[in-house]
Design a protein around this ligand. Sequence first.
Ligand code: PSV
Ligand code: MN
Length: 397
Amino acid sequence: MTLADSQIHDLAFKVLDAFQIEIPSWGFANTGTRFGKFVQAAAANTLEEKFSDAAEVNRLTGATPTLALHVLWDLPGGLKDVPEVRALERRYGIRSGSINPNLFQDQEYKFGSLCNPSPAVREQALQHVLDSIEMARALGSRDISLWLADGSNYPGTQSMRRRIGWLEDALRAAHGHLAPNQRLLIEYKPFEPAFYHTDIADWGMSSHLARHAGPQACVLVDTGHHYLAQNIEQIVAWLLHTRLLGGFHFNDRRYADDDLTMGSIDPYQIFRIFHEIHSAVRDGLKLNLAYMIDQSHNLKGKIEAMVQTVMAAQELYLRAALVDRTRLAELQQACDLVAAEELFRGAFWRDVRPVARAWREARGLPADPLQALRDGGYVERIARERGSRGQTVNTYA
Ligand code: PSV
Ligand code: MN
Protein backbone atom coordinates (compact mmCIF):
# COMPACT_ATOMS: atom_id res chain seq x y z
CA MET A 1 0.00 0.00 0.00
CA THR A 2 1.75 3.13 -1.13
CA LEU A 3 -0.98 5.77 -1.14
CA ALA A 4 -0.52 8.44 1.54
CA ASP A 5 -3.28 8.93 4.10
CA SER A 6 -4.11 12.43 2.81
CA GLN A 7 -4.54 11.08 -0.73
CA ILE A 8 -6.81 8.35 0.60
CA HIS A 9 -9.25 10.79 2.18
CA ASP A 10 -9.77 12.74 -1.07
CA LEU A 11 -9.92 9.64 -3.22
CA ALA A 12 -12.39 7.97 -0.89
CA PHE A 13 -14.75 10.94 -0.97
CA LYS A 14 -14.61 11.03 -4.78
CA VAL A 15 -15.21 7.30 -5.05
CA LEU A 16 -18.10 7.21 -2.59
CA ASP A 17 -19.75 10.26 -4.18
CA ALA A 18 -19.80 8.41 -7.49
CA PHE A 19 -20.85 4.96 -6.31
CA GLN A 20 -24.51 4.00 -6.57
CA ILE A 21 -26.09 0.58 -6.42
CA GLU A 22 -29.61 -0.48 -7.36
CA ILE A 23 -31.75 -2.43 -4.93
CA PRO A 24 -34.36 -5.02 -5.93
CA SER A 25 -38.07 -4.70 -5.15
CA TRP A 26 -38.13 -8.44 -4.46
CA GLY A 27 -35.62 -7.95 -1.65
CA PHE A 28 -38.39 -6.39 0.47
CA ALA A 29 -41.08 -9.02 -0.16
CA ASN A 30 -41.67 -12.32 1.62
CA THR A 31 -39.76 -15.09 -0.13
CA GLY A 32 -38.23 -18.36 0.92
CA THR A 33 -36.96 -21.69 -0.27
CA ARG A 34 -38.89 -24.54 -1.81
CA PHE A 35 -39.01 -26.08 1.66
CA GLY A 36 -40.83 -23.23 3.29
CA LYS A 37 -41.35 -19.54 3.75
CA PHE A 38 -40.81 -17.71 7.00
CA VAL A 39 -42.95 -14.62 6.70
CA GLN A 40 -41.85 -11.34 8.28
CA ALA A 41 -44.33 -8.84 9.64
CA ALA A 42 -42.27 -6.00 8.13
CA ALA A 43 -42.14 -7.50 4.62
CA ALA A 44 -43.61 -5.40 1.81
CA ASN A 45 -46.90 -6.61 0.35
CA THR A 46 -47.52 -3.87 -2.18
CA LEU A 47 -45.46 -1.90 -4.62
CA GLU A 48 -45.98 1.19 -2.52
CA GLU A 49 -44.47 -0.59 0.48
CA LYS A 50 -41.48 -1.64 -1.65
CA PHE A 51 -40.94 1.97 -2.71
CA SER A 52 -41.26 3.09 0.89
CA ASP A 53 -38.63 0.55 2.04
CA ALA A 54 -36.32 1.53 -0.83
CA ALA A 55 -36.64 5.17 0.22
CA GLU A 56 -35.64 4.24 3.76
CA VAL A 57 -32.51 2.43 2.50
CA ASN A 58 -31.62 5.43 0.34
CA ARG A 59 -32.24 7.87 3.21
CA LEU A 60 -29.77 5.92 5.35
CA THR A 61 -27.08 5.18 2.75
CA GLY A 62 -27.47 7.90 0.12
CA ALA A 63 -26.39 5.35 -2.49
CA THR A 64 -29.56 3.65 -3.75
CA PRO A 65 -31.71 6.05 -5.78
CA THR A 66 -33.23 3.37 -8.05
CA LEU A 67 -35.38 0.29 -7.49
CA ALA A 68 -35.30 -2.71 -9.83
CA LEU A 69 -38.79 -3.89 -10.75
CA HIS A 70 -39.87 -7.42 -11.67
CA VAL A 71 -42.70 -7.16 -14.17
CA LEU A 72 -45.21 -9.76 -12.98
CA TRP A 73 -44.56 -9.12 -9.31
CA ASP A 74 -44.64 -5.34 -9.53
CA LEU A 75 -46.43 -4.37 -12.73
CA PRO A 76 -49.05 -7.12 -13.17
CA GLY A 77 -51.27 -4.70 -15.11
CA GLY A 78 -48.49 -3.90 -17.59
CA LEU A 79 -48.49 -0.43 -19.11
CA LYS A 80 -51.66 0.41 -17.18
CA ASP A 81 -49.57 0.36 -13.97
CA VAL A 82 -47.09 2.96 -15.21
CA PRO A 83 -48.93 6.08 -13.92
CA GLU A 84 -49.15 4.54 -10.46
CA VAL A 85 -45.42 3.75 -10.51
CA ARG A 86 -44.67 7.29 -11.64
CA ALA A 87 -46.70 8.61 -8.70
CA LEU A 88 -44.78 6.35 -6.29
CA GLU A 89 -41.48 7.57 -7.72
CA ARG A 90 -42.48 11.15 -6.95
CA ARG A 91 -43.88 10.33 -3.52
CA TYR A 92 -40.82 8.43 -2.33
CA GLY A 93 -38.01 10.11 -4.28
CA ILE A 94 -36.92 6.79 -5.80
CA ARG A 95 -36.72 6.12 -9.55
CA SER A 96 -37.60 2.89 -11.30
CA GLY A 97 -34.42 1.05 -12.18
CA SER A 98 -33.93 -2.00 -14.35
CA ILE A 99 -37.05 -3.73 -15.60
CA ASN A 100 -37.01 -7.52 -15.22
CA PRO A 101 -39.33 -9.48 -17.50
CA ASN A 102 -40.73 -12.63 -15.92
CA LEU A 103 -40.44 -15.61 -18.26
CA PHE A 104 -40.40 -18.34 -15.64
CA GLN A 105 -43.60 -18.23 -13.67
CA ASP A 106 -46.48 -18.93 -16.06
CA GLN A 107 -47.63 -22.51 -16.67
CA GLU A 108 -46.99 -22.10 -20.41
CA TYR A 109 -43.27 -21.92 -19.69
CA LYS A 110 -42.98 -25.47 -18.35
CA PHE A 111 -40.77 -26.41 -21.33
CA GLY A 112 -39.22 -23.00 -21.82
CA SER A 113 -40.11 -19.47 -22.87
CA LEU A 114 -38.09 -17.97 -25.74
CA CYS A 115 -36.68 -21.48 -26.36
CA ASN A 116 -39.94 -23.41 -26.10
CA PRO A 117 -40.49 -25.84 -29.00
CA SER A 118 -43.98 -24.36 -29.44
CA PRO A 119 -43.97 -21.30 -31.74
CA ALA A 120 -47.05 -19.98 -29.90
CA VAL A 121 -45.31 -20.04 -26.52
CA ARG A 122 -42.17 -18.46 -27.99
CA GLU A 123 -44.36 -15.74 -29.45
CA GLN A 124 -46.05 -15.15 -26.09
CA ALA A 125 -42.67 -14.92 -24.36
CA LEU A 126 -41.32 -12.49 -26.95
CA GLN A 127 -44.44 -10.37 -26.58
CA HIS A 128 -43.80 -10.21 -22.83
CA VAL A 129 -40.25 -9.00 -23.47
CA LEU A 130 -41.53 -6.37 -25.92
CA ASP A 131 -44.15 -5.24 -23.40
CA SER A 132 -41.42 -5.01 -20.76
CA ILE A 133 -39.32 -2.84 -23.08
CA GLU A 134 -42.37 -0.64 -23.59
CA MET A 135 -42.90 -0.36 -19.82
CA ALA A 136 -39.23 0.46 -19.31
CA ARG A 137 -39.49 3.19 -21.93
CA ALA A 138 -42.60 4.64 -20.27
CA LEU A 139 -40.81 4.63 -16.92
CA GLY A 140 -37.62 6.15 -18.29
CA SER A 141 -35.67 2.99 -17.40
CA ARG A 142 -32.54 2.34 -19.38
CA ASP A 143 -32.00 -1.37 -18.71
CA ILE A 144 -34.10 -4.44 -19.38
CA SER A 145 -32.50 -7.33 -17.45
CA LEU A 146 -33.34 -10.61 -19.04
CA TRP A 147 -32.95 -13.88 -17.22
CA LEU A 148 -34.39 -17.10 -18.66
CA ALA A 149 -35.11 -20.23 -16.68
CA ASP A 150 -35.15 -22.12 -20.01
CA GLY A 151 -33.42 -25.47 -20.16
CA SER A 152 -34.11 -29.17 -19.86
CA ASN A 153 -33.76 -31.83 -17.21
CA TYR A 154 -33.00 -34.99 -19.20
CA PRO A 155 -30.46 -35.72 -21.94
CA GLY A 156 -31.89 -36.13 -25.40
CA THR A 157 -35.24 -34.53 -24.60
CA GLN A 158 -34.57 -31.19 -26.32
CA SER A 159 -32.51 -29.99 -29.26
CA MET A 160 -30.03 -27.64 -27.61
CA ARG A 161 -28.89 -26.44 -31.05
CA ARG A 162 -32.34 -25.54 -32.37
CA ARG A 163 -33.05 -23.64 -29.18
CA ILE A 164 -29.95 -21.47 -29.80
CA GLY A 165 -31.46 -20.36 -33.10
CA TRP A 166 -34.81 -19.53 -31.50
CA LEU A 167 -33.04 -17.52 -28.85
CA GLU A 168 -30.98 -15.61 -31.41
CA ASP A 169 -34.12 -14.71 -33.35
CA ALA A 170 -36.03 -13.59 -30.26
CA LEU A 171 -33.24 -11.46 -28.82
CA ARG A 172 -32.59 -9.79 -32.15
CA ALA A 173 -36.31 -9.02 -32.42
CA ALA A 174 -36.32 -7.63 -28.87
CA HIS A 175 -33.26 -5.52 -29.65
CA GLY A 176 -35.13 -4.03 -32.60
CA HIS A 177 -37.66 -2.56 -30.18
CA LEU A 178 -35.17 -0.81 -27.88
CA ALA A 179 -35.16 2.98 -27.78
CA PRO A 180 -31.71 4.46 -28.56
CA ASN A 181 -30.90 4.93 -24.86
CA GLN A 182 -32.07 1.49 -23.74
CA ARG A 183 -30.05 -1.66 -23.20
CA LEU A 184 -30.80 -5.36 -23.10
CA LEU A 185 -28.79 -7.06 -20.35
CA ILE A 186 -28.49 -10.80 -20.90
CA GLU A 187 -27.99 -12.77 -17.67
CA TYR A 188 -26.56 -16.29 -17.55
CA LYS A 189 -26.78 -19.03 -14.97
CA PRO A 190 -25.27 -22.55 -15.11
CA PHE A 191 -28.21 -24.47 -13.65
CA GLU A 192 -31.43 -24.16 -11.67
CA PRO A 193 -34.30 -24.54 -12.26
CA ALA A 194 -33.10 -26.67 -15.19
CA PHE A 195 -30.68 -29.37 -14.12
CA TYR A 196 -29.41 -30.96 -17.33
CA HIS A 197 -28.91 -28.03 -19.67
CA THR A 198 -29.66 -24.33 -19.35
CA ASP A 199 -30.06 -22.38 -22.57
CA ILE A 200 -27.96 -19.42 -21.42
CA ALA A 201 -25.53 -21.15 -19.10
CA ASP A 202 -22.41 -18.98 -19.12
CA TRP A 203 -20.81 -15.70 -20.17
CA GLY A 204 -19.71 -17.09 -23.53
CA MET A 205 -23.30 -17.88 -24.46
CA SER A 206 -24.49 -14.48 -23.20
CA SER A 207 -21.71 -12.75 -25.13
CA HIS A 208 -22.60 -14.51 -28.35
CA LEU A 209 -26.28 -13.70 -27.93
CA ALA A 210 -25.55 -10.06 -27.10
CA ARG A 211 -23.34 -9.65 -30.16
CA HIS A 212 -25.92 -11.32 -32.34
CA ALA A 213 -28.78 -9.22 -30.93
CA GLY A 214 -27.11 -5.86 -31.60
CA PRO A 215 -24.97 -3.08 -30.15
CA GLN A 216 -27.33 -2.20 -27.28
CA ALA A 217 -27.22 -5.72 -25.87
CA CYS A 218 -24.66 -6.67 -23.25
CA VAL A 219 -23.93 -9.22 -20.54
CA LEU A 220 -25.18 -9.21 -16.96
CA VAL A 221 -22.95 -10.98 -14.45
CA ASP A 222 -24.78 -12.33 -11.40
CA THR A 223 -22.02 -13.27 -8.97
CA GLY A 224 -24.06 -16.24 -7.73
CA HIS A 225 -24.36 -17.74 -11.21
CA HIS A 226 -21.02 -19.51 -11.50
CA TYR A 227 -19.53 -22.84 -10.57
CA LEU A 228 -17.54 -22.63 -7.38
CA ALA A 229 -14.06 -22.74 -8.85
CA GLN A 230 -14.73 -20.20 -11.59
CA ASN A 231 -12.55 -17.12 -11.74
CA ILE A 232 -15.25 -14.46 -11.94
CA GLU A 233 -12.87 -11.51 -12.15
CA GLN A 234 -11.29 -13.06 -15.22
CA ILE A 235 -14.74 -13.28 -16.82
CA VAL A 236 -15.20 -9.61 -15.90
CA ALA A 237 -11.82 -8.77 -17.47
CA TRP A 238 -12.86 -10.49 -20.69
CA LEU A 239 -16.21 -8.73 -20.77
CA LEU A 240 -14.50 -5.40 -20.15
CA HIS A 241 -11.99 -6.07 -22.91
CA THR A 242 -14.71 -7.06 -25.38
CA ARG A 243 -16.90 -4.09 -24.29
CA LEU A 244 -19.75 -6.44 -23.49
CA LEU A 245 -20.10 -5.88 -19.77
CA GLY A 246 -23.42 -4.25 -18.92
CA GLY A 247 -23.69 -4.72 -15.18
CA PHE A 248 -23.91 -6.95 -12.15
CA HIS A 249 -26.34 -8.67 -9.88
CA PHE A 250 -24.39 -8.83 -6.64
CA ASN A 251 -24.86 -11.44 -3.94
CA ASP A 252 -22.66 -14.11 -2.39
CA ARG A 253 -22.83 -17.86 -2.25
CA ARG A 254 -21.20 -20.79 -0.58
CA TYR A 255 -22.66 -23.56 -2.75
CA ALA A 256 -24.75 -22.39 -5.71
CA ASP A 257 -27.11 -19.45 -6.30
CA ASP A 258 -27.54 -18.93 -2.56
CA ASP A 259 -28.32 -15.18 -2.69
CA LEU A 260 -26.38 -14.56 0.52
CA THR A 261 -25.23 -11.08 1.52
CA MET A 262 -22.67 -9.61 -0.87
CA GLY A 263 -19.19 -10.20 0.50
CA SER A 264 -20.37 -12.34 3.41
CA ILE A 265 -18.59 -15.48 2.23
CA ASP A 266 -15.80 -14.19 0.01
CA PRO A 267 -15.26 -10.43 0.18
CA TYR A 268 -11.91 -10.81 -1.61
CA GLN A 269 -13.82 -12.06 -4.68
CA ILE A 270 -15.86 -8.86 -4.89
CA PHE A 271 -12.72 -6.78 -4.27
CA ARG A 272 -11.00 -8.53 -7.18
CA ILE A 273 -13.98 -7.84 -9.44
CA PHE A 274 -13.99 -4.16 -8.48
CA HIS A 275 -10.22 -4.00 -9.05
CA GLU A 276 -10.73 -5.10 -12.65
CA ILE A 277 -13.26 -2.32 -13.12
CA HIS A 278 -11.13 0.38 -11.50
CA SER A 279 -8.15 -0.67 -13.62
CA ALA A 280 -10.22 -0.60 -16.80
CA VAL A 281 -11.33 2.94 -15.96
CA ARG A 282 -7.74 3.93 -15.26
CA ASP A 283 -6.75 2.52 -18.65
CA GLY A 284 -9.27 4.86 -20.26
CA LEU A 285 -12.23 2.54 -20.92
CA LYS A 286 -15.53 4.41 -20.92
CA LEU A 287 -17.81 2.20 -18.86
CA ASN A 288 -21.51 2.25 -18.28
CA LEU A 289 -22.10 -0.40 -15.65
CA ALA A 290 -25.27 -1.11 -13.71
CA TYR A 291 -24.44 -2.21 -10.17
CA MET A 292 -27.44 -4.03 -8.78
CA ILE A 293 -28.12 -6.17 -5.73
CA ASP A 294 -29.99 -9.42 -6.36
CA GLN A 295 -30.76 -10.78 -2.90
CA SER A 296 -33.96 -11.58 -1.08
CA HIS A 297 -33.40 -12.50 2.51
CA ASN A 298 -35.54 -15.03 4.24
CA LEU A 299 -33.98 -15.01 7.71
CA LYS A 300 -32.42 -11.55 8.11
CA GLY A 301 -34.63 -8.50 8.41
CA LYS A 302 -35.06 -7.34 4.84
CA ILE A 303 -34.30 -3.66 5.23
CA GLU A 304 -31.47 -4.31 7.64
CA ALA A 305 -29.95 -6.82 5.20
CA MET A 306 -30.22 -4.32 2.35
CA VAL A 307 -28.52 -1.54 4.32
CA GLN A 308 -25.79 -3.95 5.40
CA THR A 309 -25.28 -5.03 1.78
CA VAL A 310 -25.01 -1.46 0.50
CA MET A 311 -22.41 -0.69 3.16
CA ALA A 312 -20.45 -3.82 2.25
CA ALA A 313 -20.59 -2.84 -1.43
CA GLN A 314 -19.34 0.67 -0.70
CA GLU A 315 -16.50 -0.62 1.45
CA LEU A 316 -15.31 -3.20 -1.07
CA TYR A 317 -15.59 -0.78 -3.98
CA LEU A 318 -13.56 1.73 -2.01
CA ARG A 319 -10.94 -0.78 -0.92
CA ALA A 320 -10.43 -1.77 -4.55
CA ALA A 321 -10.17 1.90 -5.53
CA LEU A 322 -7.25 2.27 -3.12
CA VAL A 323 -4.96 -0.11 -4.98
CA ASP A 324 -2.02 1.96 -6.19
CA ARG A 325 -2.36 0.93 -9.79
CA THR A 326 0.65 2.90 -11.06
CA ARG A 327 2.92 1.02 -8.71
CA LEU A 328 1.10 -2.25 -9.32
CA ALA A 329 1.64 -1.93 -13.07
CA GLU A 330 5.38 -1.49 -12.49
CA LEU A 331 5.51 -4.53 -10.22
CA GLN A 332 3.50 -6.60 -12.69
CA GLN A 333 5.83 -5.58 -15.50
CA ALA A 334 8.85 -6.52 -13.41
CA CYS A 335 7.18 -9.79 -12.40
CA ASP A 336 7.87 -8.93 -8.79
CA LEU A 337 5.28 -11.37 -7.58
CA VAL A 338 5.42 -11.00 -3.84
CA ALA A 339 5.59 -7.21 -3.89
CA ALA A 340 2.68 -7.05 -6.35
CA GLU A 341 0.57 -9.41 -4.30
CA GLU A 342 1.39 -7.60 -1.05
CA LEU A 343 0.40 -4.29 -2.56
CA PHE A 344 -2.84 -5.80 -3.86
CA ARG A 345 -3.91 -7.52 -0.69
CA GLY A 346 -2.69 -4.57 1.38
CA ALA A 347 -5.50 -2.53 -0.15
CA PHE A 348 -7.93 -5.35 0.55
CA TRP A 349 -7.01 -5.44 4.23
CA ARG A 350 -7.21 -1.66 4.74
CA ASP A 351 -10.01 -0.74 7.10
CA VAL A 352 -11.98 1.88 5.17
CA ARG A 353 -14.83 2.08 7.65
CA PRO A 354 -13.48 5.24 9.37
CA VAL A 355 -13.18 7.15 6.09
CA ALA A 356 -16.61 5.87 4.96
CA ARG A 357 -18.00 7.15 8.23
CA ALA A 358 -16.36 10.55 7.69
CA TRP A 359 -17.82 10.67 4.18
CA ARG A 360 -21.32 9.90 5.49
CA GLU A 361 -21.07 12.62 8.11
CA ALA A 362 -19.81 15.12 5.55
CA ARG A 363 -22.73 14.29 3.26
CA GLY A 364 -25.36 14.63 6.00
CA LEU A 365 -25.97 10.87 6.20
CA PRO A 366 -26.03 8.82 9.40
CA ALA A 367 -22.45 7.86 10.27
CA ASP A 368 -23.67 4.34 11.06
CA PRO A 369 -26.67 3.55 8.83
CA LEU A 370 -27.39 0.21 10.53
CA GLN A 371 -27.54 1.82 13.97
CA ALA A 372 -29.63 4.66 12.56
CA LEU A 373 -32.08 2.11 11.15
CA ARG A 374 -32.39 0.48 14.56
CA ASP A 375 -32.77 3.79 16.33
CA GLY A 376 -35.23 5.23 13.83
CA GLY A 377 -38.12 2.86 14.52
CA TYR A 378 -39.10 2.46 10.84
CA VAL A 379 -39.02 -1.34 10.90
CA GLU A 380 -41.06 -1.56 14.11
CA ARG A 381 -43.66 0.82 12.69
CA ILE A 382 -44.14 -1.02 9.38
CA ALA A 383 -44.13 -4.39 11.17
CA ARG A 384 -47.04 -3.16 13.28
CA GLU A 385 -48.93 -1.72 10.31
CA ARG A 386 -48.25 -4.47 7.79
CA GLY A 387 -48.28 -7.41 10.19
CA SER A 388 -51.81 -6.64 11.23
CA ARG A 389 -53.00 -6.80 7.61
CA GLY A 390 -51.62 -10.30 6.87
CA GLN A 391 -48.75 -11.19 4.54
CA THR A 392 -48.32 -12.17 0.90
CA VAL A 393 -45.48 -14.31 -0.43
CA ASN A 394 -43.71 -14.11 -3.83
CA THR A 395 -44.01 -17.41 -5.67
CA TYR A 396 -40.31 -17.38 -6.50
CA ALA A 397 -37.34 -15.15 -5.86
C1 PSV B 1 -32.36 -15.85 -11.18
O1 PSV B 1 -31.77 -16.70 -10.26
C2 PSV B 1 -32.14 -14.38 -10.84
O2 PSV B 1 -30.78 -14.16 -10.56
C3 PSV B 1 -32.63 -13.47 -11.92
O3 PSV B 1 -31.90 -12.28 -11.95
C4 PSV B 1 -34.03 -13.23 -11.50
O4 PSV B 1 -34.66 -12.17 -12.12
C5 PSV B 1 -33.85 -13.05 -10.02
O5 PSV B 1 -32.86 -14.02 -9.68
C6 PSV B 1 -35.12 -13.26 -9.27
O6 PSV B 1 -34.89 -13.46 -7.92
MN1 MN C 1 -29.83 -12.26 -10.94
